[in-house]
Design a protein around this ligand. Structure first.
Ligand code: ZN
Length: 320
């Protein structure tokens, strides 16, 4: 009962926040500070108050706060991704909600139509939201973990080259999926035994059972897993080892869902922005048991404090 009530409360708060700037501000303040607002400039809790307009006695039109301790003014935008633009916060709340609720996310084109903002602003908002969703803290993957790579972007450069990813010029993405659990996706510069090993070691516990196809570069990583390294012989068109649970169908399913999302909603993604789309996809997978309201609240909290790293993220690949 309590949980159901909380669920509808957050959804109705979201709906109100998308229509009214004051409510959007209050919603974000609550997500950020809960019941104990603090000063983002000096970190002092409790010594802060909302500023009011001298004539109307209502909240100041920029929704500012002041800190009694450091005497500085701030707002819910201070130190967040919202600080970089003057867009109304109800636009941000709406974008977070939509990015977190529909199965395939929202495109900049849809956002600019629905919120009557420019396409450029819509891109700006969505890029920052996606960036904020990246590299969420969480337990390492354990149990049975499937690992595979997929390849993104342009046609292979040389005619006659095998089109299927490996040994082409496409951008590799490694995917690691705990069966029944979390997903991790990471862009790689090049697929090497060393690179695969370090990506897997970063996210998967040593005691796991590792499942891959028979691609030989997984052997180095595979040797380190106490639970064993099991392979399915894809080159012989085998997809499940008969009579066993040895397969990598779940991670392949996740890749194909990602690709359908790319084609269906975003049409094309440049390699530069690929990590951001992977963030969004990974986040949605890892919060799949949450309802839309909880997921949106998590996304907003995740974006908190990531403002300064955005530019780095688009100008530099995520991993070696
Ligand atoms: Zn202060």
């Amino acid at each position: 009962m309590g949980k159901k009530k909380a669920k509808s409360a957050i959804l109705s708060a979201l709906r109100d926040a998308c229509a009214n700037e004051g409510k959007a501000v209050a919603f974000l303040e609550h997500q950020r500070w809960g019941d104990s607002p603090f000063c983002p400039r000096c970190g002092i809790v409790g010594e802060v108050y909302q500023m009011t307009d001298r004539e109307t006695k209502e909240r100041n039109k920029d929704y500012r706060w002041r800190c009694k301790s450091c005497k500085k003014m701030y707002s819910v935008r201070t130190g967040t991704i919202f600080e970089e633009s003057r867009l109304p916060l109800r636009v941000w709340v709406y974008a977070f909600w939509k990015a977190c609720s529909s199965k395939k996310g929202i495109s900049a084109l849809q956002l600019c139509r629905e919120m009557e903002i420019t396409h450029k602003s819509a891109l700006f908002v969505l890029r920052r939201i996606r960036h904020g969703l990246g590299d969420q803290p969480g337990p390492m993957l354990s149990g049975t973990v499937e690992v595979d790579e997929t390849y993104h972007g342009g046609k292979p450069r040389y005619r006659g080259q095998i089109k299927k990813g490996r040994r082409t010029r496409k951008t590799p993405v490694i995917g690691m999926l705990e069966r029944g659990g979390r997903l991790r996706l990471q862009v790689m510069k090049r697929v090497t035994a060393k690179g695969l090993r370090s990506a897997i070691a970063k996210y998967v516990v040593r005691s796991a059972r590792l499942m891959t196809d028979d691609f030989n570069l997984y052997r180095t990583a595979g040797r380190e897993f106490k639970g064993g390294h099991f392979t399915v012989n894809h080159s012989a068109r085998q997809y499940v080892k008969p009579g066993t649970d040895i397969h990598s169908n779940s991670i392949e399913g996740a890749f194909s869902l990602f690709k359908r999302g790319v084609m269906g909603t975003w049409h094309s993604i440049s390699t530069k922005h690929l990590p951001n789309y992977l963030n969004e996809f990974e986040f949605r997978h890892n919060t799949r048991w949450d309802d839309d309201g909880e997921r949106t609240a998590k996304a907003i909290r995740a974006a908190d404090g990531k403002r300064l790293t955005y530019r780095d993220s688009v100008d530099r690949p995520q991993s070696a």
